[in-house]
Design a protein around this ligand. Structure first.
Ligand SMILES: [Cu+2]
Length: 620
């Protein structure tokens, strides 16, 4: 991509506005700082005159309240338009392709040089795109090139790999529209800045996690009507990956961008997803068509980015915390990178008729701790007339095998001493059954927590055959790492689940200590899988730990084999993607992936999951 030819002019300015330069995470200074205004990315900064966008930007210290004013805050460095409040994310720059952009950027910091990236010059991971010394200004002049979604950002001070994460948070969206593209989309930028201060608490420093400058529950509520085409561009302006997950229906990925280019997919490569991993600096263009009314969520699936007070570097804070883990209030049991979507029924909507309903019952139980996690919790399916023994536990939970198109009611009976709630991940279902306490449903009929001794019946009608997940959506970190997760396999009507040719691998965490990864509840298995030469086998992979991508690979000796990808997140892949390729794939948290592997001859292959788990595949 050659976005533009960049012209840079350094301009000496008069005396800069003086502020104490704030290093992120340092003690709170006793000076008053301008307050950040969250940027909803609806309107471009600058003035568009005769095909030229004129823009005056300022970089300076500011105080940011990601929730409410007088609440938690963090002192940051941010962008603003001259004469306007500072913004997180940085001001949106949005222009038609070919527009000339003339930007003046002033560095008002007293003692730090800033480096500008992504302003027209080819975005680059090089440290010194354009340097602006304290008190100086730079004039940038470039033409908006290829249409797409890009990030621009500034770094503070000299390039330093270690500190880069915190210093690349001065990021914003640069969107270039092609002539005929729809512009009724929304733009969401994810930012994280550490050093979040809680008033009255001098010890803890959390992360400020925000979508368009705000943390849940203060993020924007998106409203839509059933059948609408909702178009979003989601940009990860932070320094780490976020697997972004949608409840209740799929979104279609129309484009993906990284720090260098943006690629719009042809129709045979546009796939569906309920979870899409966005690496640092990456973007996606998506379209969703809400199919059912109710309250839905779009959120990061890393528990540590959606649980209040959770911080991987402070693992002791994860258990028994007082952060609303068991609250029915969605503003307390979730936090951070969460967007709420309220979908209204289209006029004339008719309720689904459910006849010949199949009924299943799943118990939520606690047993004796078996490995490193301090507790063992599990979902146990009732398989005959008798409920399972009260202290029996399966980790992962029982595989729930159900049929496409068959109305299925699953009653979840809570035999724990604490509340829980079950989310049917990737399943297209009614909002009330979606499992987010105090949120799923609509208007006054909202899903409750499942209190100890109580049960809840989720009403499902599986709309497609594939691989799905069910997991707790309450006190996530503790309950998920204790075992409350499992796989759901949806088959075509009449099809029978055959574990001889259909292999399910569920990745989860055993507690939150070091090396917590377990595959089907274990760290290893010496049991080989017999796969028979020339016979197609289906492998279903699920990653439902609280964090961390996992790679799985089939190889023979050191050579990676070939397989045919079949589905992602339960949706069959489009023809352009369901083609033979290397049998290796990294799966982010909240993703499922199905592939078909056929041993071409007799011999022995190895399935590797993560760095340590190995499983022999033997073909005779
Ligand atoms: Cu995240």
């Amino acid at each position: 991509m050659n976005r533009a030819a960049l012209c840079v002019v350094l301009v000496a300015t008069g005396s800069p506005q003086i502020h104490a330069a704030i290093q992120p995470g340092s003690a709170v200074p006793a000076i008053s700082l301008p307050v950040v205004e969250p940027n909803d990315n609806r309107a471009s900064a600058g003035r568009l005159e005769n095909g030229v966008l004129k823009l005056d930007l300022l970089v300076d210290s500011a105080r940011w309240y990601p929730e409410t004013q007088n609440g938690q805050f963090v002192d940051i460095v941010s962008f603003s338009e001259e004469g306007k409040p500072p913004q997180v994310p940085a001001p949106l720059i949005r222009v038609p392709a070919g527009t000339r952009i003339e930007a003046m950027v002033r560095n008002a910091l007293r003692d730090s040089t800033i480096y500008l990236h992504g302003f027209g010059s080819k975005p680059s991971d090089k440290p010194d795109s354009v340097a602006v010394r304290p008190g100086e200004s730079v004039r940038l002049s470039f033409s908006a090139g290829e249409a797409g979604t890009y990030l621009y950002h500034a770094t503070i001070g000299a390039w330093d790999k270690e500190l880069q994460g915190e210093r690349t948070q001065l990021s914003g969206a640069l969107v270039i529209d092609s002539a005929n593209a729809p512009t009724d989309d929304r733009i969401f930028v994810i930012n994280i800045w550490s050093g979040l201060v809680t008033p009255g608490d001098t010890t803890s420093r959390g992360n400020a996690l925000a979508i368009n400058g705000r943390s849940w529950p203060h993020t924007e509520r998106i409203t839509a009507t059933v059948g609408d085409s909702v178009r979003w561009r989601v940009l990860n302006g932070s320094d780490r990956s976020h697997p972004m997950h949608l409840h209740g229906f799929y979104f279609r990925i129309d484009g993906r961008g990284d720090t260098r280019r943006d690629t719009l997919f042809k129709s045979d490569r546009r796939r569906l997803a309920v979870t899409e991993d966005l690496a640092a600096g990456h973007s996606m263009s998506l379209v969703m068509k809400p199919e059912r009314a109710g309250n839905w969520l779009f959120h990061c699936h890393l528990s540590f980015h959606v649980v209040r007070g959770a911080n991987l570097s402070d693992r002791k804070g994860l258990r028994g915390n007082d952060h609303g883990g068991h609250s029915a209030d969605p503003g307390r049991h979730m936090s951070g990178l969460v967007l709420g979507i309220n979908v209204k029924d289209a006029p004339g909507a008719i309720a689904e008729r459910r006849t010949n309903v199949r009924r299943m019952k799943v118990f939520v139980q606690e047993g004796t701790p078996r490995r490193r996690a301090p507790r063992a919790l599990g979902f146990v399916l009732q398989r005959d007339r008798h409920p399972p023994a009260i202290d029996s536990v399966e980790i992962p939970g029982s595989i729930l095998v159900v049929n496409r198109g068959e109305p299925t009611d699953i009653t979840v009976a809570n035999r724990l001493k604490e509340a829980t709630s079950i989310h049917w991940h990737g399943i297209e279902l009614e909002s009330y059954s979606d499992g987010v306490p105090g949120w799923s449903g609509m208007e006054k009929r909202l899903a409750p927590m499942i209190a100890p001794g109580k049960s809840f019946t989720a009403r499902l009608t599986l709309r497609r055959a594939g691989t799905f997940i069910y997991h707790t959506h309450l006190n996530d970190i503790e309950q998920v790492t204790s075992g409350l997760y499992g796989a759901m396999v949806v088959l075509e009507p009449g099809q029978v689940f055959d574990p001889k040719t259909d292999h399910v691998f569920v990745m989860g965490w055993d507690g939150v200590g070091a090396r917590p990864l377990v595959i089907n509840g274990d760290t290893t298995s010496t049991l080989p899988i017999q796969i028979g030469a020339g016979k197609p086998h289906r492998f279903r992979f699920v990653n439902i730990g609280p964090a961390g991508g996992v790679r799985f690979t089939i190889r023979k000796d050191t050579i990676i084999s070939q397989w045919r990808p079949l589905a992602k997140d339960g949706a069959d892949l489009p023809s352009g993607q369901a083609v033979n390729g290397d049998a290796t794939r990294r799966l982010a948290v909240g993703e499922t992936f199905d592939a078909e592997f056929t041993a071409p001859s007799s011999g022995e292959w190895v399935l590797m999951i993560g760095p340590r788990y190995k499983r022999r595949l033997i073909a005779r």
